[in-house]
Structures are given as C-alpha cells and as structure tokens.
Design a protein around this ligand. Sequence first.
Ligand SMILES: Nc1ncnc2c1ncn2[C@@H]1O[C@H](COP(=O)(O)OP(=O)(O)OP(=O)(O)O)[C@@H](O)[C@H]1O
Length: 749
Amino acid sequence: MSTEELRREQQFVSLVHERLDQLRDEAEAALNATIAQVGTGRQARVERDIGVIEHSASLAALNAADTGLVFGRIDRRDGVTHHIGRTGIRRDDAERTPLLIDWRAPVARPFYLATGHEPMGLRRRRHITTQGRTVTALHDEIMDLADTTRTGHESHDADEVLLAALGSARTGRMGDIVSTIQAEQDRIIRAPQRGVLVVEGGPGTGKTAVALHRAAYLLYAHREQLSKRAVLIVGPNPAFLGYIGEVLPSLGETGVLLSTVAELFPEVHATGTESPAAAAVKGRADMADVLAEAVRDRQQVPDKDEPLVVPHDDGDLVIDWGMAVEARHKARETGLPHNLARPHFVFRIIDDLTTQLADRIGADPYGGPNFLGPDDIAQLGKAVAASSDVHAAIATLWPPLTPQEFLADFLAEPVHLPAEEAALLRRATGPWTPADVPLLDEAAELLGEDDSAALARAEAERARQIAYAQGVLEVSYASRTYEFEDKDDEDSEVLAAHDIIDAERMAERQEEADHRSAAERAAADRTWAFGHIIVDEAQELSQMAWRLLMRRCPTRSMTLVGDPAQTGDAAGCESWQEILEPYVGDRFEHTRLGVNYRTPAEIMALAAEVRRSKDPAFEPPRSVRSTGVEPWEVTVDPAELAATVAARVAEAPREGRIAVIAPAALHAAIADAVPDVSATGEPDLTRPVVLLDPRGAKGLEFDTVIVAEPDLIRSASAQGVNDLYVAYTRATQRLGVVRTSGPRGTEAA
Ligand SMILES: Nc1ncnc2c1ncn2[C@@H]1O[C@H](COP(=O)(O)OP(=O)(O)OP(=O)(O)O)[C@@H](O)[C@H]1O
C-alpha cells in the first residue's frame, strides 16, 4: 500500500479540518457579536433575531460535519480533482475557491453514479476512510480502463466500502450513508421536488435512509423556500423517530419536524389504545362523510309542534320550526364550516326575534302601521342580542363546538354507522387514541374555528402587556438618577427606557421574543402548510390519516416510502393508486428499490418463505451480502419458552444490539427471564437487548434478532403474515426462532 498516497491524503484532510475549525470560530464569533447587538428599532431587532438563527444554524452544520468530514475524491479525465464531503468548504482566498464539495452539489454526482460503463468523465473514484481526523484507508476504483496509473489502493471488490459499512455493529441509532449512497438511491434522493414521488422497496432496501437523505438534499437545493415552510417527516411510532432522529442533524439539517400522525394535532396527546378493528373503522375514508353528517346533526331545529320559548323582559320570545329552518338554511347556504356559519344562524334568529318583539310591542290594535321607529327597533334588537337566555336557546340548536367536544360526543354515541361498527367505537371517556387524531383534524375542518373570541382574548392580553410595560416605564422614570437632579435633569443626557421606547413598543418586543424555528412553529400550528412532506412506512397510514397529511401539504410536494408487503395496520392501504387517487389522480411518480442492504441472503430466504405462504409468486429483494450464518430454530415446551429465549440472548455475541421480537402477551414472562429488559414503556433502542412486538419493530434493525412464537404472530391478525415477515427481516447478522409448536427445531445457535 502506498504510504505516500496516504500521507498526501492525510495532509489534505488535515487542511480541511483546520479550515473547518477556523470557520467554526468565525461562526461562533459572529453569533456572539449578533447576540450582543443592542439596536433599538424594530428593524434592528428583527435583523438581530434572524442573524442569531442563521449563525446558530451554520454553526450547528459546521459542528455536525466534523465526523467523517471528507469521504471521497473524484479525479476527472480533464485533470480536475474534487474532494467530496459532508459539507461544502471554501478556501480563505480572495476567490473563495472550493476546497471540499458538499455531497449534494451537482459536481459531486459522478461520485455516486459513475460506473465502468458510464464513467461520467471520471478517471478514478476514491473512498477515503477516516477515524477522527486520521485517514485510515483509501479505496480506489479505476473508471477509465485506458488509465494505467496505479496508486496501490485499488479495490479488488468494488463494494468493499459498502460491505464494511453494512457489516458494522449497530448502535440503536440509524447512521447516515453519505459516503456509500448507491446509484439507484441517488436518483431518488435528487429527484425533482415537485409532485408526489412514491418509493417502494422490500425490507432493508434503504427506503428510510433514502427518505432522510432526500430531506437533506431538498433542504440544500431549495433552502430559501423550505427553511421557511419546513419539511415534515412522518414515521410510524416515537421509537422509530428516535431511531432515525440523529441522521439529519448529522448532516447539519435542522429545519425538519419529525412526527407521527398521532402527534399532528397540537395539544392532543394520543396515549389511548384500542382494538385494531376499531382503529380500522376510524381510518376508513367514509368516516369523513359520517362526521360531516354528525356535524349537520348538531344544527337542530325545534319540533314543529313544540317551539322553543325564551323568557325575555318584554315578554316571552318564540323560536319556531319555520324560523329555525329558514335561519339554518341561510347559514348552511354560506358553505362555511359549522362554527363560522353559526353567526349567520345567530344573527338571523336574533333578527327574527326582534321583529317578533317589535310586532308585538308596537302593534297598532286598529291595524295601522307599527308604532315603533327604526331607533326603537334597534334598541329592542340590542336587548335581544344581549340576552343570555336567547343565546342559551340558540346554543341548544346550533352549539359552538370544539373538535374535542364534538368527537367525544360522537364517540359516546357513534351515529350514521352500522350497529356493529358503532359498538366497536363507542367510548364514554378515556384518552385519545392515535386513530382519533385524523378524526379530530377532520372535525376541526368541518367545524372551523370562530376565532373572534381568541382574537378578543389576544387583544386583552396585549392590553395587559401594555399596562404592564407602562408600569415598568413609570418605575424606570421614577428611579431616575438623582445625582443629576440638581442639574435640571429633564435635559440630562442620561437615557432611560422611557426615553427611547414607549409602552406599546415594549409590549411588541415581548411578543417578538418568539425565536422558534419554522419546524417548531409548524408543530404548534394545525393549519401549517409544509414545503415538503416525507412519509416513511407509508403503507401503514389509514385513508383518514392521508386526508390529514394532504391538508398539511397543499402543494403536494411529497415523498412516500413504503412496502405494501409489510403492511401491519388493519387500516393501512395496500395500493398506492388507492391512496393517491383522491388527491392527485394518477399523476405521481412510482419508483422501486430492489437491493436489500440489511438482511443477509440466508435470513432473507426464510423470510421469503413466510410471505410465500400468502403469495406464492412473492419475490423478495436481492440481498447484497451473505454471511454463511443460517438462521436457527428450536421448538420447546411452553413452560420453557422464556428461559430458552433468555439463554439464547445470553449466548448471542455481545457486539451490537439484540432484539427479542414476541407477541405482546408474552412480554411480561420474557422480561422476567431476560436480564435488563423492560416490558413496559417506550423501548430504549440504545440498550444492548430490546424487547418488542412485531409492530414496534417496524423500520428498525438489530445485529441479532430472536423471534418467539412465530405461529402466534402469524395468526394474530389478518396482517399476521406481514408482521412475521417484518420480524424476520430486522436482523443484520443473525436470526433465531423459538417456538412451542410446529416443526421440531434442528439447529442450535
Ligand atoms: N447505500 C448504503 N450504504 C450503507 N448502508 C446502507 C445503504 N443503503 C441502506 N443502507 C443500510 O441498510 C439498512 C436498511 O436501510 P433502511 O432502514 O433505510 O431500509 P428500509 O427499506 O427502510 O427497510 P424497512 O422497510 O425494513 O424498514 C440501514 O442500516 C441502512 O443504513
């Protein structure tokens, strides 16, 4: 191996790190200087806040780039050489010459796409492996067969670097793949931003990795637009979001909100659970019509023969059927949601009641015109409008409703559903469930928010702040520096708060203390429109969940990744066409990933058999590696199940992570037998051994996986085969199966 070549590369890597350190120092200094700025005008403050956000983001990006900063080099036929890294770095010269090319820049593309057949102008491609700031290995690929120069670092196996990455022990947190993105993945990562892109692929084909790198790429290529609107990444459960959560920060990206659908209704925590059958009913698209009908039910009229009588100082008022029907018709005619149409109903009824009152009070007993003039009638109207009895009566007909109130009422007595489905949903109390969240969102749309009360509250709060600020100013004025008193201090040059800022301005200043990023603001706003939405495990989402997500992305700039063969949720969709048709017709791109980077061929063969029991023609993705280690399987007495699992866990190699995947009903027994494993709460994936049920294992991976009672998993639900397929395909190295029935196990681990 040529040490000279290594030495030269080391020199370069050290140079880039020095420059990174310098840029970091500069960014830190700029940040501190911006924080210290004491401008007074509104403009100055806004500029300062923007400056702080920008400098903090660039500092975070520079800090994140430190590990594995330089990982590639391309030598072009025209003699130009580029180093590729996690971020772009320029020299400190007048031209600011590029020193390191960001992996997302167009210039870097041949590093990922060039092949011997299609060299894209390259002579050589080099992978640079580093540990900290030290170069430990170089792998060169010759792209131009006519080139006879040799460095001594030529790879015998073109996939050596990839295979090394795939074979490494797992940490419980997903890592980025910037240095080894494969050509089929690169094409998806850099696909145009517009429209809906569907990425389908079997287990381990890198769908999640690609989705996250696509987010980083889009933020790089469309920073201006996306940093304002933020990118939303939707995952199946919080443990999964924790698992992938460090990939984007490691790429220096912060403008992203990671969330499950269940977390997308601000201030609602969906901690409840329910049967898959109930969740499936709640997820069906026709729930939108059911809820719409239920909202119309809340717009009542009195019975024809039983008008509403409202006591009033000037005599009882009567809201009869005809009056209410007419008012309801007018209010509905506006096409507005329930709460926004409500004032139309209210005004109409108040008008009618005023007329009723005026007709009665001002009636000429001899049949002449009404005695009352317009002013008198206006007075009567005011009194009617101010009557709490009138409002209470109107509220029984057309109540103002919050989504929470409405849905709680609906679930207490589900209407417009067949009896057996209503029985599944009926629930008097209890916390919200994840399947309730899309229903709350639907309800919020149907109800609308009459924000006049909220605006009034905001105005009152502002008045309170102004009064408070005025108080502060008065104190500041009262405590003028008395040493100047004898010098007629009204003209003194000492400035105090009251001289430079009035109370209203001071109140504004408090409001502006909102330094939240776009992602944070998006999280708190149900009506936020994201710049791009990425959905992982997209096959799991119900049709109602899709309605929620589509509302969050009016531009339909979306990337959906998933695998219908892994669908576990009874409400999940099995066809992309079915999911997307209502929103974009057939105008979406559909691409596939066909190589499994996670699961070795030996394990994949067993997993494929599971799927074939449902679909004999099933073809799994091709595994990129085989390890020579066959999966093992043992059959034991039910009484020995937990102890056997514990023994197999104890025997498994300690490097990396181990998962026991078992039906939830067995968790308590297994947790008792396996040391350091918890059966309750959110699983901590960074622990050496984790206990999960198949759904909880979705999207995750472990060096060793032990599946307990596969037959129970398979028979647990209509999606049981898919769940077992998911469980088997979580392993990166070793798979073991412990069962209490079925084929007698043969091999020990
Ligand atoms: N180009 C690559 N270089 C290195 N590692 C890769 C590459 N592509 C994928 N991987 C690794 O393969 C594993 C599987 O990737 P990922 O989790 O993205 O697959 P997936 O398609 O989402 O799987 P599943 O559908 O089973 O959840 C991860 O460890 C990922 O880092």
